[in-house]
Design a binder for this molecule. Sequence first.
Ligand code: ANZ
Ligand code: ZN
Length: 879
Amino acid sequence: MQEKYQAAAVETAAQQHWVQTQAARAVANLSQPKYYCLSMFPYPSGKLHMGHVRNYTIGDVLSRFHQMQGFNVLQPMGWDAFGMPAENAAIQHQVPPAQWTYANIDYMRSQLQRLGFAIDWEREIATCKPDYYRWEQWLFTRLFEKGLIYKRLGTVNWDPVDQTVLANEQVIDGRGWRSGALVEKREIPMYYMKITAYAEELLADLDQLEGWPEQVRLMQKNWIGKSTGVRLAFPYELDGKADKLWVFTTRADTLMGVTFVAVAAEHPLATRAAQNNPELAAFIEECKKGGVAEADIATMEKKGMPTGIFVQHPLTGEKVEVWVGNYVLMSYGEGAVMAVPAHDERDFAFAQKYGLTIKQVIAAAGESFSLDGWQEWYGDKTRAVCVNSGKYDGLAYEAAVDAIAADLAAKGLGEKKVQFRLRDWGISRQRYWGCPIPVIHCDSCGDVPVPDDQLPVVLPEQVQVTGAGSPLAKMPEFYETTCPKCGKPAKRETDTMDTFVESSWYFLRYASPDSDQAMLGKEAAYWCKGGIDQYIGGIEHAILHLLYSRFFTKLMRDVGVFDFGDTQLKLDEPFANLLTQGMVVAPSFFREDASGKKQWFNPTEVDVTTDDRGRPVGATLKADGQPVVIGGTEKMSKSKNNGVDPQALIDQFGADTARLFIMFAAPPDQSLEWSDAGVEGAHRFLKRLWKLVYEHTLEGPVEAWNGEQPAEDLATPLKDFRRHLHQTIAKVTDDFGRRKQFNTAIAAVMELLNAYAKLDSDSDAARAVKQEALEAAVLMLYPIVPHIGQALYGELRPGADAGRQAFPKADPAALVQDEVELMVQVNGKLRGRITVAATADKGAVEAAALASESAQKYMEGKAPKKVVVVPGRLVNIVV
Ligand code: ANZ
Ligand code: ZN
């Protein structure tokens, strides 16, 4: 055995061994329980960042641990390979997006391999490959035929510089996230996925997800946004025609307080009113500018204009004026609201601004209403009682809603309704580097889905990307085709799909990646049974990605993808357990120039001085020795230049040090603070572990103590140490398995090794116990630091393969304590301690306590009146 720990050599050897033995290959085996451990796949941006390393280390530790616990483990990896950055890089460097993407994939794959993750690379997926997106296109055509995908004009955020539609999340302060251009609203034909048809199920099934963080379930719930209310109508007559203006309200109990009605700028009534009102037309145009995101609308100044159109109150018949309000969303409810300024905060602000009537119609005990300003209770339905509302006076919220809904229903002017905030998902993107939408437009037949035998619609990979519009729309060789129905010349759709589509089902495809006759093969029924056992990824995907994945699972179920003839996969929810990892943060450092502009320095360029408690007190730049400002701890990012490149760390210390540091520095769901000292500490620990094994094996081979020997053979310090060892095994098993707290598990092994170092006996028994302890310690650490684990286990037990060992099991016999220490109290005061056999009965304990020196001393010769024994803890003698 080498005397010194040499990470590079150890890691190369271990990795070669794993490749040769196909250690990470996952083969379905019906007689073995499976554990499918999934980490969110990366976008191939160029190189791994520390967040990736953390994510995949957590996944690998869980995978290896479960493998040692007897599970058949699947840990796959792939690439979320379509998306805008490839197009931007193409514009910058004049390389086609495909080439750039594949080069990045190759490099990042080699980085993952260098980290020693037990990934089954035979299942690798790149979503930009036709054999993957072919099935996405196939599913599209099925959903299109079922009406679950449909085309309509959509109002979208349009980035005039990037010439593309932006998701709401990509609009920041009304500007495109990348171009910074002022976003416009536009109406374009788009394909939509009918996720709203699954709103109720997506909401209800959240209750099943007991293995998810509560916070994530709540975010999903709010995003789906179920509201129970009333849809009701205000009748009117216009151009001699009777019609109804519908609104949705959650506060029908306030109906008698309506003083105006507000409609969205895009509402047909607004359009109609603007026909002979140029001022209103101009206002409507102004409203259409700016993003469609709700957050923007919530913070926007409330503005409006009267339409001059009046409608009738559905119950009183009174005239009510219709206004256009910029706070009314066309896409929610009916695109119109009944305004109750006394009890809705937005309506209140609006009415104050334009001098409209405010009529109080609810009261709350002990509160008084005034027009001076908004008070919380005005909008509180839990305390509401109707006033100024005629026959409804005195009714509380629910009773009032019921009564009013019934009266509206009788008039044919309303009914109770459930409304969701969730919108259908617009998936069309005017982008090149994405999955082509498999539709052909024919002048005679309309939109025709591409037939199965013409799939996939292959995205050409050799293209010129200029940045303006989609290259596909400029390639007749792509879009010129013939109609599959009538054979006439027709035009292929040139939009591609939102890249969220690819990431909504990749995890299912991993389970049968080579299936070429169907979207999924039968093998998926084995790996996906009961859902993916563990999903790990960033909290930033808590809403959209997870919601879309849940939706796709249900869609695929309903299209029959989980039906394999003789076998069925029963799956409603894809992810049984979810772990959202915390951020990786690091200190930031900067200097400010005279104009206030900050220059940020990487932590590796800076020397930090700390106080005696390790807190940073000053920092200087290595280059010039002059001070820099400590900017606080921030998420690793380009903008603060505080990212640490994992590759440099691996090159210097090896993969195991990186892995150990990451798992030791924080629990997986908390933020992890980068620290050079922490990395060095992790490396020192591995060197110590190596040294302990080196020194132990130097004295020749020995069989591990295995608990079959009679316990009496072991002297007390060894017996105590063995108890400590088995307590550690029990704790580590629980930490890895149930608690998923790896830092405390590592700390426990470190403590155990400290105790090990204090053992001094060299008897045969001692050497056997030491062998047992080192084997167990190496195996317990193996999921975290598998390379050194592989090497050291091979030294401890020549010829044995660490990765194929079972995880150590705590020996119940070793956990039993022979003796226990009890406190001795006299009249409730602690006076001393006694040691008794763990099996001693009450009488024996009493006798031992009474006979003890301290009891004798403080009893002062008096006879005990009473002796109380609390087993395992204390004896109290009352005199
Ligand atoms: C009258 C009212 C009185 C309302 C009151 C609230 C308080 P949630 O809970 O999110 O479903 N609303 C309806 N459609 C809207 C739209 N398209 N754009 C903007 N606001 C709209 O909210 C439902 C409430 O939001 C509805 O109840 C309506 O205002 C408003 F004291 O109606 B309410
Ligand atoms: Zn046709």
